[in-house]
Write a protein that binds this ligand. Structure first.
Ligand SMILES: Nc1ncnc2c1ncn2[C@@H]1O[C@H](COP(=O)(O)OP(=O)(O)OP(=O)(O)O)[C@@H](O)[C@H]1O
Ligand SMILES: [Mg+2]
Length: 458
C-alpha cells in the first residue's frame, strides 16, 4: 500500500472538496461520496484504509451507515464528523463503533492527527493478521523445536501421516530425533489411546529378537520357561516402532515382510496364527536403499516399510535451531537440577553454534545436561563444555585449537598439548582409531594407552 486511501462521505459538496484537497496535501488519496448508500456500494468493491463520514445526511444517516459498515468491516477505521456538538451524539456514534468523532467546523490539525493514528492502527492490525497467518501455517507439536524450514517440512509430514495407517520410515543420522518424531506421529494420531510399543532391533541379540517380535510358547526353546507375548501382539490396534530396522537379519526380514503383507504371525513353537493390526513406524540411521542394492536388506521389505518416508536433517544443516535447542535443554535441566536463572555466557553459545554436532540433538542435549551440572554461580562458561567443543571447530581446516593459546598461561604443559592433539585428531577422524593413529604418527596401541591415560571418552 503506497498512499493510503480514504473514502470521504458528506452531502455537502464544498466540504467534500475541501477535505479531499486537504487530505491530498497530507499524503492521502481520497474518493468522495455524497451519501451512505454510495459508500456501502463502494465498500463492496474496494475497501479503503479509512472512512471519513458526516453524521447528518439525507437518506441513510451517518449512524445507520456506520452500523452497516461495522457488520462487514469490523476493523475498518471510521472517523465521524458532525455539525452537532452534543455529547449524547458523540456517545452514540462511539458506541456504534466510530473510531473517532469531530464537530464541524473541523479542527484540521486534530483531524490530521486522528487520520495518522488510524493509519498506524490499521498497519498494526495488518501486521498482527499476517503474524497470525504465519503462526497458523506453522505446524507445532509439543516439545519439538522446529523453527527451521527443514524441520517445518518434517512436521508437515508428521501432520499428514498421523491419522493414517500408512507405514512410515524415519531416516536420519543418530540423535536427530527419530524416536521423538515416531512418538509425535502416534500420540497425535487416532491411535493415541492405544499402545505405542518400541523395539530396538540393534539392542537385542538375534536369538532373542524373533521371540521379542512375535512371542513364543512355553518350552519352545531352551530358556522359554513361560509363554511370552511378542511386541506385534502387544501393539495390536496401536503402533509398533521398529527402531534401527537396518540391523534386522535376513530371516527376520522375511518374517517381518509376511506380517506386513498378511498381518498374521505365529509365536515361536506355536501352531496358532495370530493377527496384528499394528501400525508400523520404523527408523534407521543407515542407508537402507544402498543396503538393498548390496543385497544386505530385502528390497521388497524396504519398499513396504518406506511407503511414507520422513528424512530428518542433521543438526548442522539447521544451525538456527542449535541456539533454540540449547535454550530448551538449558531450561529443562536447570529446572531439574534446581538451578533457576542459570544462563549461558555468549562465548559458550558461540562455541556451541560453531561445533559440527556429529551426534546431533542427542549430543547437544547431553552437553547441556553436563554443563548445567558443572556450572558454578549462574552462568555456563566455556570451561563447562567438553573439550571437543572448545576446539575452534573448523573441522578439516587443520587450525590450531583455540585453547592452545588462549589460556591463562602463555605456555601449556606438554602433557596438556598431547591430550588436546589426541582429542582433536579423534574428532577430525570421527573416532576412527586407525586414521587417528596415522594422523598422529603413532601406533594404535600407543593411541589406546594415551586415550586411557587422559581418560578420553570416544
Ligand atoms: N527438534 C527437537 N526438539 C526438542 N528435542 C529434540 C528434538 N530433536 C531431538 N530431541 C531430543 O533429543 C534426544 C534424541 O532424540 P531421539 O532419541 O528421538 O533421536 P534418535 O534419532 O532416535 O537418536 P538415536 O539415533 O541415538 O536413536 C531426545 O531426548 C529428544 O527428545
Ligand atoms: Mg533412537
Amino acid at each position: 500500500m503506497d498512499t493510503p486511501l480514504v473514502y470521504i462521505v458528506d452531502d455537502d459538496y464544498s466540504l467534500r472538496r475541501l477535505l479531499e484537497f486537504t487530505l491530498k496535501s497530507w499524503g492521502y488519496t481520497s474518493q468522495t461520496y455524497a451519501n451512505g448508500e454510495q459508500l456501502l456500494t463502494a465498500l463492496e468493491d474496494e475497501p479503503p484504509q479509512i472512512v471519513l463520514m458526516d453524521h447528518m445526511m439525507p437518506g441513510l444517516s451517518g449512524l445507520d451507515t456506520l452500523k452497516t459498515v461495522r457488520e462487514k468491516n469490523p476493523d475498518l477505521p471510521v472517523i465521524m464528523l458532525s455539525a452537532q456538538g452534543k455529547i449524547d451524539v458523540a456517545v452514540e456514534l462511539m458506541r456504534a463503533g466510530a473510531t473517532d468523532y469531530f464537530t464541524k467546523p473541523v479542527d484540521l490539525k486534530r483531524l490530521q492527527f486522528a487520520l495518522n493514528n488510524a493509519m498506524d492502527l490499521h498497519r498494526l492490525k495488518d501486521k498482527v493478521r499476517q503474524l497470525q497467518d504465519t503462526l497458523e501455517s506453522t505446524v507445532r507439536f509439543d516439545n519439538i523445536i522446529s523453527s527451521s524450514g527443514a524441520m517445518q517440512n518434517v512436521l508437515k509430514l508428521v501432520d499428514k501421516s498421523r491419522n493414517s495407517d500408512i507405514n512410515v520410515l524415519i531416516e536420519g543420522e543418530s540423535g536427530t530425533g527419530k524416536e521423538l518424531i515416531a512418538r509425535a506421529i502416534h500420540f497425535n494420531g487416532n491411535r493415541k489411546d492405544r499402545p505405542f510399543v518400541v523395539i530396538n532391533c540393534a539392542a537385542i541379540p538375534r536369538e532373542l529378537l524373533e521371540s521379542e517380535l512375535f512371542g513364543h510358547e512355553r518350552g519352545s526353546f531352551t530358556g522359554a520357561v513361560d509363554r511370552k507375548i511378542g511386541k506385534f501382539e502387544a501393539a495390536h490396534t496401536g503402533s509398533i516402532f521398529l527402531d534401527e530396522i537396518g540391523e534386522l537379519d535376513m530371516t527376520l526380514q522375511a518374517k517381518l515382510l509376511r506380517v506386513i503383507q498378511t498381518k498374521q504371525f505365529e509365536r515361536i513353537g506355536g501352531l496358532e496364527t495370530y493377527s496384528s493390526d499394528a501400525r508400523i513406524i520404523s527408523a534407521t540411521n543407515r542407508d537402507l536403499l544402498a543396503m538393498a542394492e548390496e543385497r544386505a536388506f530385502r528390497e521388497d521389505l524396504y519398499y513396504r516399510l518406506c511407503t511414507f518416508p520422513i528424512k530428518l536433517p542433521p543438526l548442522r544443516e539447521r544451525p538456527s535451531e542449535i541456539t533454540l535447542l540449547a535454550e530448551h535443554f538449558l531450561n529443562q535441566f536447570a529446572a531439574r537440577e534446581n538451578k533457576p536463572g542459570l544462563n549461558m555466557a555468549s562465548e559458550t553459545l558461540a562455541l556451541i553454534q560453531r561445533y559440527n554436532w556429529p551426534g546431533n540433538v542427542r549430543e547437544l542435549q547431553s552437553v547441556i545436561e553436563r554443563a548445567v551440572l558443572l556450572a558454578d554461580n549462574d552462568t555456563i562458561r566455556p570451561d563447562d563444555l567438553p573439550q571437543a567443543l572448545r576446539f575452534s571447530g573448523d573441522r578439516g581446516g587443520g587450525g590450531i585449537p583455540a585453547e592452545m593459546f588462549s589460556t591463562r598461561d602463555d605456555v601449556l604443559p606438554l602433557e596438556k598439548v598431547k591430550e588436546i592433539a589426541i582429542r582433536r585428531a579423534l574428532q577430525l577422524h570421527d573416532g576412527n582409531m586407525t586414521e587417528t593413529a596415522r594422523a598422529l604418527a603413532i601406533g594404535r596401541t600407543t593411541l589406546y594407552d594415551l586415550i586411557k591415560k587422559y581418560d578420553i571418552r570416544t
